[in-house]
Design a protein around this ligand. Structure first.
Ligand SMILES: [Cu+2]
Length: 125
């Protein structure tokens, strides 16, 4: 029994440490009406961190690709980052989990936005 309690305590401590150290990262979608994500690259992400995509203009999407940077080809690898095509007022959050790849690539699937530079990435620490 004491062993079980120690395990439980360890799990609680790790969970608590993860919660208090989790950070929120904001990525602006279509800032100032431009075909950009700002910032284009978000780095230093840890498990438990949350990336919130905030639509400043539209319509735009956040659509996953397999990379490399600048790829405009849709991937099904990370479906949880796929957003609907939306206008301002829409937010999407993406949480970094244990099985999140070290680098996540995404782009806007609307018209030729990606070719004009609307692509970005998330990188783990
Ligand atoms: Cu767009």
């Amino acid at each position: 029994m004491p062993r079980l309690n120690f395990k439980l305590l360890t799990i609680l401590l790790v969970t608590f440490a993860t919660i208090i150290s989790a950070e929120l990262f904001i990525v602006h979608v279509g800032k100032n009406g431009d075909f950009i994500y700002d910032p284009q690259k978000t780095t230093g992400l840890k498990i438990g961190d949350v990336v919130q995509f905030v639509w400043d203009s539209g319509p735009h999407s956040v659509t996953p690709s397999d990379g490399p940077d600048g790829s405009c080809t849709q991937s099904t690898a990370i479906p949880e980052i796929q957003s609907p095509t939306s206008d301002p007022g829409h937010n999407v959050t993406f949480e970094i989990k244990e099985d999140t790849p070290s680098k996540v690539f995404y782009f806007c699937s609307v018209s030729d936005h990606c070719d004009e530079g609307m692509h970005g990435s998330l990188e783990r620490a």
